[in-house]
Design a protein around this ligand. Structure first.
Ligand code: SF4
Length: 324
């Protein structure tokens, strides 16, 4: 059983933490609830923080030349400057965040697809387009390479697995960074070899070269370059075939001890995974059972087979596609 570093996650406060929505309600988010024992949450409600009160009249994004403004039709207040000011100050306190879970479709917290109205006239209701909310958009701009999602997207199991994998890997790396220990970096690279192989082989090789540090560069230079490449490596959902390649590679460690029918079963499970009928965690669970049965120090240390706590494994899915 591996231990896990605790990710730092900034979260929209209305997701389970506070009844701070415009209508004085909160929003149920099973993932946030499930994560509570395993992560350090930093909840914040931008609209409450800028003094709009709870309950409050709703605000919306309105077109303002090339930009968008945050506007409260019932009062005629433009709160764009207030929100920008809060965002600058608040994001400066979140430099160590490994990820963000933000409320989708909110004109403040939304990270995409928030309705934009044509102008400030409350009678004009047809929307003219979609954009990120003011706070959510600023998070995306300020934190490239961090895991940033909204609660709706996280109902998709592929997106959720990707998010969970990233936040626990980035939290572990934060500890390596703070340690100043080259030995810990070498161990981190070794333990994440298969995970990186699945995510991005080009970046995996680059990270291997950086870790080898043939020129004997100073720690700070080495670790900063490693961080840039690690964030790039983990930025995209791995392709199904990349995961299957890693699973086949792992299967090779045990093929001599497995019966023909066991091999057929496992290869069949790979195909079921490829067809999108079971999540990756279902297949890696079988490999973990093989590791327990046959033993392999190398594989048992690989984060790939337990990228996040098993208590968080859930096959529920929104049914809205594999990895949009
Ligand atoms: S979406 Fe953001 S601004 Fe709106 S209630 Fe939730 S935390 Fe507050």
């Amino acid at each position: 059983m591996r231990s896990f570093a605790r990710p730092i996650i900034a979260v929209s406060a209305c997701l389970e933490f506070e009844a701070c929505r415009y209508n004085a309600l909160s929003v149920a988010c099973p993932l946030v609830r499930d994560l509570m024992p395993f992560v350090d949450f930093r909840p914040a409600c931008p609209e409450k923080a800028i003094g709009l009160g709870v309950p409050r009249d709703p605000i919306r994004l309105v077109r303002d030349g090339d930009a968008v403004a945050l506007y409260q039709p019932a009062t005629g207040r433009d709160v764009t400057a207030l929100m920008d000011d809060f965002t600058q100050r608040h994001l400066a306190t979140l430099r160590d965040a490994d990820g963000f879970i933000l409320k989708g479709r909110s004109p403040s917290c939304g990270i995409k697809d928030v309705k934009v109205y044509p102008d400030r006239d409350p009678a004009k209701t047809p929307i003219t387009g979609k954009a990120a909310g003011l706070y959510g958009g600023a998070v995306i701009a300020a934190f490239p390479g961090r895991a940033i999602e909204d609660e709706g997207r996280l109902e998709n199991f592929t997106i959720r697995e990707h998010f969970l994998t990233r936040i626990f890997a980035l939290a572990e790396f934060r500890g390596v960074y703070a340690s100043g220990s080259m030995a810990r970096l070498v161990q981190f690279q070794a333990d994440n070899k298969l995970l990186l192989m699945a995510y991005n082989q080009t970046e995996m090789r680059a990270l291997g070269r950086i870790t080898a540090n043939p020129g004997g560069r100073p720690w700070r230079e080495t670790i900063d370059e490693y961080e840039t490449h690690l964030r790039a490596a983990l930025s995209r959902v791995p392709r199904f075939q990349s995961n299957i390649n890693v699973l086949q590679h792992a299967m090779g460690y045990f093929s001599e001890g497995m019966s023909a029918s066991e091999k057929r079963f496992l290869l069949g499970e790979f195909e079921t995974y490829r067809a999108g009928k079971i999540p990756l965690s279902a297949v890696t669970g079988i490999i973990r059972a093989l590791i327990a049965r046959f033993g392999s120090d190398y594989l048992s240390r690989q984060t790939y087979f337990a990228p996040y706590p098993t208590e968080l494994v859930s096959i529920t899915d929104s049914g809205k596609g594999r990895g949009a």
